[in-house]
Design a protein around this ligand. Structure first.
Ligand code: ADP
Ligand code: MG
Length: 448
């Protein structure tokens, strides 16, 4: 496999080091990004996304750790080498476009080429070509940027970022200031730049609806890279190793599969719930089998036999105990998910409020009947409120679980950590099966 394009090595960024207002913005970030990957840095405002992006750009020397790009420690560069790196290897697009308002559009795009010593006709030809590609007509290229719409300005900025044919394209909330149609346009151009031009794209957003564009999502919080999530819907650049489970938390299903067919979602969700320890190939086999079960062509006896059959014989190769356990879980979940489907069918007749209430009732019924978890009235009150907030996208799954754990005098439901995590996982599964699309950006707030 190709060497990483970028290696982020125990990186620590401190603003105002040694002063009273010293602030650790990034703490021990470790990650690798491969050539031609599309990575999204995702997290709430202030978590350090922009800081990480500008560190890749070479703009913020680390207090500790290293940033290697194509194997070179960029913070060991001489000023001339750093200039060259920023002009030729990296392109960047900002939320505020950052075009030079006194220069006409064509010159804005051509400007970065001046530093690489290209002739005027070459520069203008290349700039015009890129402008056409991103849908900026010839008649406006001699106008000033401020005469254009935000969407057009951002497309000019994308053209400018690509003009020196960089290998890596960075983008900091590039659609944060655009209306939804222009935003989609710009997001599509990043996708094309990644897929057709084969550029590595690293994009910052706090809007979950863009996550499906990425090969991998880096979830950040409080200056830390909390986890890296592979998007199973995209063919991976960084290969998923055999034995590495690609389906991790149920929560991700709702975010990563917003457009999946309900039946696929259900298969994944059941597989995910039933097992966390199988290899990738075993998971695949299991998915096939569950699909057959859902389609009605495999009953529980056949299913359990299939699980126990060795891998060489086309089975999954599980022990008797494991097979029995999974069969029980799968069939009880399938029975249960049929209920969910019925609710889903009734969806369009119900108000959002009714639907939420049913979801809560369903969750509670499941918890008490299947799991044997009894809740007090006070706990139920908090749980209902928290479910409503979660479904409305006002809080994240983690915040939801936290809320359940908090003691009553702090507005929580005082569940144990284990119960809270269980409830959270179930709710996320229900959300996935019910086809809600969660948009936590309301919670995360406007980007500053
Ligand atoms: P994000 O892009 O995720 O919103 P940033 O990387 O911009 O977050 O900021 C991370 C944290 O670092 C924030 O708390 C912010 O206030 C702080 N910060 C950012 N830039 C500076 C700076 N130049 N000086 C001091 N603190 C900063
Ligand atoms: Mg930012």
């Amino acid at each position: 496999m190709a060497k990483p394009a970028i290696q982020i090595d125990h990186l620590q960024i401190t603003y105002n080091q040694g002063q009273v207002n010293e602030f650790k913005a990034l703490n021990n970030v470790v990650a690798e990004i491969y050539p031609r990957e599309y990575i999204i840095l995702f997290g709430p405002s202030g978590c350090g996304k922009s800081t990480l992006l500008y560190t890749i750009l070479g703009g913020i020397p680390p207090a500790d750790g290293h940033m290697y790009v194509k194997g070179e420690d960029i913070y060991a560069y001489t000023p001339a080498e750093m200039n060259r790196y920023q002009q030729a290897t990296i392109g960047i697009v900002y939320q505020q476009f950052n075009l030079i308002t006194s220069l006409k559009v064509l010159d804005n795009v051509a400007l970065p080429m001046i530093f690489l010593g290209q002739s005027v006709p070459d520069r203008n030809r290349r700039a015009a070509e890129l402008l056409r590609r991103f849908g900026i007509p010839e008649r406006v290229e001699n106008k000033l940027p401020t005469m254009m719409s935000g969407g057009q300005q951002q497309r000019v900025a994308v053209a400018r970022a690509l003009v020196n044919d960089p290998e890596i394209l960075l983008a900091d909330e590039p659609v944060g200031n655009l209306d939804s149609i222009s935003a989609e346009h710009v997001m599509d151009s990043f996708k094309e730049i990644n897929e057709r031009d084969r550029k590595t794209v690293i994009l910052v957003t706090h809007d979950a609806k863009y996550l499906p564009y990425a090969h991998r999502v880096f979830y950040m919080r409080d200056g830390a890279l909390r986890r890296i999530v592979v998007n199973p819907e995209k063919e991976q650049i960084k290969r998923v190793k055999p034995g590495e489970t690609i389906v991790t938390e149920i929560e991700q299903l709702a975010r990563l599969y917003p457009y999946a067919e309900p039946i696929d979602l259900k298969v994944k969700s059941v597989v995910n719930f039933a097992t966390q320890t199988l290899t990738f190939s075993q998971l695949e086999m299991l998915e096939h089998a569950i699909l057959s079960v859902l389609k009605g062509s495999m009953d529980d006896t056949l299913f359990q036999d299939f699980l126990m059959k060795s891998f060489a014989q086309g089975g999954v190769g599980l022990s008797l105990e494991q097979s029995r356990d999974i069969t029980t879980k799968v069939f009880s979940l399938i029975r249960y998910s049929r209920d969910v489907e019925r609710y889903r069918e009734a969806l369009h007749e119900d108000s959002a409020f009714m639907h939420q209430r049913k979801l809560i009732d369903h969750l509670l019924q499941y918890l008490s009947e299947e799991v044997g978890l009894q809740s007090s009235e006070a706990q139920l009150t908090v749980l209902r409120a928290a479910v409503a907030e979660r479904v409305g996208g006002i809080i994240t799954a983690e915040d939801f679980a936290q809320r359940l754990i908090l003691p009553a005098d702090l507005g929580g439901a005082a569940y144990t950590e284990k119960d809270a995590s269980y409830i959270m996982r179930h709710l996320e599964k229900l959300i996935a099966q019910g086809g809600y699309i969660i948009q936590p950006n309301e919670l995360l707030g406007a980007h500053t």
